[in-house]
Design a protein around this ligand. Structure first.
Ligand code: DGU
Ligand code: CA
Ligand code: CA
Ligand code: CA
Length: 194
């Protein structure tokens, strides 16, 4: 996307309701590395929407959703520890619609809470896993992920990693993989959590 301006931040932006970034580039938290203790760029309350935001570097721990949320047309130019974390108990619903992510050393979307995450109309390149259901969270859930109309460009290790022992499911449709014949992207890695 072409950015309309840039905003350097020094602390997390809390969002309730809708935050529309107008395609400005937001950056400035953490060091861009894999430390798990970095703050997020944006912290979304239950029911919040983040839209038309470009997240530059450093991006810390990306976006945290504390309950149901929508991330619409959000672009990560250089994912930090991860791009977004989905939290909350009960049956939250999370939607990532449009946008894309580049340069994730490991995971892009980290599902630590309960509920269903839908990722659609998305693109990702140079990443580890597009989605991971938390392998070692202290509270575990059956998690659901639906990935559709998404293009993945190598290098990348897998589209999704789920914990079959907790009953997770992953559903794929309209997936395009632009491969690298020396290292194939696996569609679904099945783990035993904790
Ligand atoms: O309990 O330590 O990597 O949210 C959670 C685990 C670990 C998470 C995850 C994350 O899976 O820290 O970034
Ligand atoms: Ca992590
Ligand atoms: Ca990165
Ligand atoms: Ca993280």
């Amino acid at each position: 996307p072409s950015e309309t301006g840039s905003v350097k931040v020094s602390s997390t932006t809390s969002v309730s309701g809708t935050f529309d970034g107008g395609l400005k580039r937001y950056y400035g938290i953490g060091d861009g590395g894999q430390s798990e203790s970095q703050d997020p760029m944006f912290k979304l309350a239950n029911g919040a929407t983040l839209q038309n935001v470009i997240i530059g570097a450093p991006a810390g721990d990306g976006v945290h959703c504390d309950g149901s949320c929508t991330l619409r047309n959000v672009w990560w130019l250089d994912v930090g520890e991860d791009a977004a974390t989905f939290r909350g108990s009960g049956s939250p619903t999370f939607l990532v619609d449009g946008g894309g992510a580049r340069s994730a050393t490991d995971k892009v979307f980290q599902h630590n809470g309960a509920g269903t995450l839908t990722i659609q109309n998305f693109q990702v390149s140079n990443f580890g896993k597009l989605y991971r259901s938390c392998g070692n969270c202290s509270t575990q859930y059956k998690r659901t992920v639906i990935i559709k109309n998404t293009k993945l460009t190598a290098p990348g290790s897998s589209v999704a990693g789920i914990n079959t022992n907790y009953g997770d499911t992953a559903t794929f449709s309209g997936i395009i993989i632009v491969g690298d014949s020396s290292k194939k992207i696996s569609i679904c890695d099945r783990f035993t959590g904790n």
